[in-house]
Design a protein around this ligand. Structure first.
Ligand SMILES: [Zn+2]
Ligand SMILES: [Zn+2]
Length: 151
């Protein structure tokens, strides 16, 4: 599998509208059209995943379910890219990543009062139909929530 270092010039040449910048973790910044990558973690799968967010034009989202959908779309696109750039993306990695977001969504949407599943009533609020309780959740940023596995 190619290293991030050998992959970067190829990705930059193929996607000149997107910048690649070393950072403390893998992330896509829609505001600056930049993919950040962690040089210390040689993880070409995550590099392709973040690039996929960029290619798909992922920006802001108003509902948490949209974020989960974007994560799924980004992995589908990353799998497409993986064939072109000779990167192997294991299904376990994709499922683990998506599970993290699904668990996150479940935790946010579970009513702290009665444990029924609530609905998102605002950017940072959920409401429960069962007991009418309303609760606030923290702001979530795209791709900031994943627990990265070290290899
Ligand atoms: Zn409730
Ligand atoms: Zn992502």
């Amino acid at each position: 599998m190619p290293s991030i270092r050998s992959l970067l010039p190829k990705l930059a040449a193929a996607y000149p509208a997107i910048s690649f910048t070393p950072g403390t973790r893998f992330a896509w910044s829609p505001d600056t059209h930049t993919v950040y990558y962690d040089e210390a973690a040689n993880n070409p799968e995550l590099l392709l995943h973040e690039l996929a967010h960029g290619i798909l034009g992922h920006h802001d989202y108003s509902k948490d379910v949209e974020l989960v959908a974007m994560e799924s779309q980004a992995w589908d696109k990353a799998l497409e890219l993986s064939a072109t750039f000779a990167v192997v993306i294991g299904n376990d990695m994709v499922q683990d990543s998506l599970d993290t977001y699904r668990e996150w969504l479940h935790a946010r949407s579970t009513c702290p009062n009665c444990e029924a599943t609530g609905y998102q009533s605002g950017k940072d609020t959920y409401s429960c139909i069962a007991c009418t309780h309303t609760w606030r959740v923290n702001e979530a940023r795209i791709c900031a929530l994943r627990r990265y596995k070290t290899k």
